[in-house]
Design a protein around this ligand. Structure first.
Ligand SMILES: CSC[C@H]1O[C@@H](n2cnc3c(O)ncnc32)[C@H](O)[C@@H]1O
Ligand SMILES: [Zn+2]
Length: 429
């Protein structure tokens, strides 16, 4: 299929410019961006009217647990450790693969409808998540989460993770890639983490892990190992493998240099950090130091939605208010964190920019709503005025998966029905 988007306002996130242009998509790639593109092929050509639309790279949700949509609204107003130990983990112990499949689809629908084209996930029953990704047309890095407080659990998790990677790496025309996901330094002892590092090197996959999320975690790691989470993981050699670190709320200047040196992808989750009262990550400092900082929603039970447009706005506001500096984390930077910089944080090439030769992961926002007038500055409008519901069209890997807000592959009503039924049952116990 060839797709021609005519006369859209196209965001160039390398030059931070917006130019009225056409975009030609051939196969799964952007083949040309320019004015008045002529296409000889008339068969199999889809033309999309881009007038009153802004085209930007699909948004990248760098950290989530997508099936946790099932627990949305079930456990609110709690700190992390209480939330995990007393509500979430007991409910998750009742999960079945089918629950995870429907919960994942619910989250994927929500992400597509708010402009996300790639997400990075850590959860259980990952075969079911992979099936949901395959069917929906979205792109994802998938990892089976491993908790190794009980060593037998860790061993089982690692074996299942390796099987999962061998089965799914590169599947769905390359839309699915995989990672190893030890949950966190406080749930995975050093010997276990060493095994994970060894496997990650052998399989050539990244490690996806929560790091330095709360003050409780800092105390636990200090008490057990006499150091901080980042230093602890560095000493184990974890960062020798491409690492995607979620949260990184509590990091000092020296740790920021460690993250920079190893090109750790630091995924900032501002809404989850605010809601669980975990703290405020030093994002402006990390960016200034050259750390690859992406953005994530975390799961829908601690956010409580999967809307990356909201997330990028929150990231910006949080840095401004915490530093009492309105210039902190400006519009262009927050958009980059949700796209081009987010891709680099995850180690993804060929996505995150609208550029010839890149994968055709593109979203069109409808700019004909009142919140986009007057058109002073499109970057400011996207960062501070846009809503998830402004996303009109979503293209992933050269395929339109939402057009005029209608999903092309998924039955939204059926998904809402199934996920509601299963979510209520799981939490009731
Ligand atoms: C082992 S699969 C992932 C595991 O992580 C839990 N989780 C969800 N949100 C967070 C968070 O912010 N910090 C730590 N752990 C989190 C989720 O419930 C799964 O059990
Ligand atoms: Zn998380």
């Amino acid at each position: 299929m060839t797709i021609l988007i005519k006369n859209a306002t196209v965001l160039d996130l390398k030059k931070f410019a917006a130019v009225e242009n056409d975009i030609l998509i051939e196969g799964n790639k952007i083949s040309k961006i320019g004015v008045d593109i002529e296409v000889n092929e008339k068969e199999n050509l889809k033309i999309i009217d881009g007038s009153n639309k802004v085209a930007l790279p699909g948004l990248i949700n760098g950290h989530t647990h997508v099936a946790m949509t099932l627990f949305r609204g079930a456990a609110d107003d709690l700190p992390l450790m209480d939330w995990l130990n007393n509500v979430i983990w007991p409910s998750e112990s009742r999960l079945t693969g089918e629950d995870v499949y429907w919960g994942s689809l619910l989250g994927i629908v929500e992400m597509i409808k708010s402009g996300t084209t790639t997400f990075c996930d850590m959860y259980f029953f990952m075969d079911e998540v992979a099936h949901a990704v395959e069917q929906s047309g979205i792109r994802a890095i998938l990892s089976r989460g491993m908790v190794a407080i009980d060593p037998a659990n860790g061993e089982k998790g690692l074996k299942e993770s390796v099987d999962f990677i061998e089965k799914w790496q590169g599947k769905a025309n390359g839309r699915i890639t995989t990672a190893l996901a030890p949950h966190a330094p406080y749930t995975c002892p050093p010997e276990f983490l060493k095994d994970v590092i060894w496997e990650a090197k052998r399989l050539n996959v990244p490690i996806n892990i929560h790091i330095s999320e709360t003050l409780d975690e800092i105390s636990i790691i200090k008490e057990r190992y006499g150091t901080t989470p980042v230093r602890h993981l560095e000493s184990l050699g974890l960062f020798e493998v491409k690492t995607i670190g979620a949260h990184l709320v509590y990091v000092d200047d020296e740790e920021i240099q460690i993250l920079k040196r190893y090109q750790v992808g630091a995924i900032h989750n501002p809404q989850s950090n605010m809601k669980l009262a975990s703290g405020i990550a030093p994002v402006a400092k990390m960016l200034e130091a050259g750390v690859l900082v992406g953005l994530g929603t975390d799961g829908a039970a601690s956010n409580n939605d999967l809307d990356m447009i909201e997330e990028l706005r929150t990231a910006s506001y949080l840095q401004k208010v915490s530093s009492m500096n309105p210039e902190a984390l400006n519009a262009k930077t927050s958009i980059a964190m949700a796209t081009s910089l987010g891709a680099r944080a995850l180690g993804l090439t060929e996505v995150g920019l609208l550029q010839e030769g890149y994968k055709a992961d593109i979203i069109l926002l409808n700019t004909n709503e009142t919140n986009f007038y007057p058109r002073h500055n499109i970057f400011n409008l996207i960062a501070y005025s846009a809503k998830g519901a402004d996303v009109d069209t979503v293209i992933v890997d050269g395929e339109v998966i939402m057009e005029k807000r209608q999903l092309t592959r998924l039955d939204e009503e059926k998904i809402k029905f199934e996920a509601n039924k299963r979510g209520l049952k799981l939490v009731a116990g």
